[in-house]
Ligand binder design. Structure first.
Ligand code: MN
Length: 238
């Protein structure tokens, strides 16, 4: 049997000579391979017609971490720390998310991917948590701290996420300065950090639509994170 083809969204970077790149950390690729999927990169520079053509061949889509979503897509507070906005990536990912949700194609969102899920479906974001969420923990541990567990996440017992993780108490990394604010009507919040910051959302009436605010692709030595990627690839294989 062929492995399910999992599209992974990419960022637009530059090589050392300044030439544009389609870029993706290996951690995402490895997590999909480890879970039994066949990864394929989704360039975020394609015209809509072409990314929809690619979409039709995919069994599932992984929406990855990255820079901030443009305020063109949601009602949010402008903030000097909004950074790495990429109009091509925004258009591709928001377009793909909307079509995948309406077609029932499995989707997994990670970090920015969770924010894309909320914004694409009508939600909003905190544009800089430290200035907008009272009493918030530090959620931005950049650089080398990707494998460092910095805060717990409590997962609602009655949720798909709890079934998937096999746990309702997780220890996670945290590399985000934005967060989910007003939640899109379709989404259900099923996991929080102790300060109330939203860490897990799911779409109850969808075959598989789940998103997390942390980076499980750096924590694939943990059983709950292995279960997360496996459940996603298994749903895509159906
Ligand atoms: Mn966090």
């Amino acid at each position: 049997m062929q492995k399910p083809l999992i599209g992974i969204t990419t960022r637009n970077g530059k090589d050392s000579d300044g030439h544009p790149l389609t870029a993706l950390q290996h951690s995402y690729v490895n997590a999909i391979v480890q879970a039994g999927g066949m990864p394929i990169l989704i360039p975020t520079i394609l015209a809509e017609e072409d990314f929809l053509d690619l979409y039709s061949r995919l069994a599932g889509i992984l929406f990855t971490g990255g820079g901030d979503i443009s305020l063109d897509y949601f009602r949010g507070e402008n903030h000097p720390r909004i950074g790495e906005v990429d109009p091509n990536r925004d258009a591709t990912e928001i377009g793909l998310m909307r079509v995948a949700v309406s077609n029932g194609k499995p989707v997994l969102g990670i970090c920015r991917g969770a924010q894309v899920m909320n914004v694409a479906l009508g939600g909003t974001l905190y544009t800089h948590i430290p200035d907008q969420v009272k009493g918030a923990l530090d959620h931005a541990y950049p650089g080398d701290l990707r494998r460092t567990l910095v805060h717990p996440v409590n997962v609602s017992e009655e949720s798909r996420a709890a079934e998937i993780f096999g746990e309702t108490f997780l220890s996670v990394n945290s590399l985000h300065h934005q967060g989910l604010k007003d939640i899109a009507p379709m989404l259900r919040v099923v996991g929080h950090a102790p300060d109330g910051v939203i860490e897990v959302v799911e779409i109850p009436d969808h075959p598989y639509a789940l998103a997390v605010q942390w980076h499980p692709e750096w924590l694939t030595d943990q059983v709950p994170m292995q279960r997360l990627f496996k459940s996603f690839v298994d749903a895509a294989a159906k």
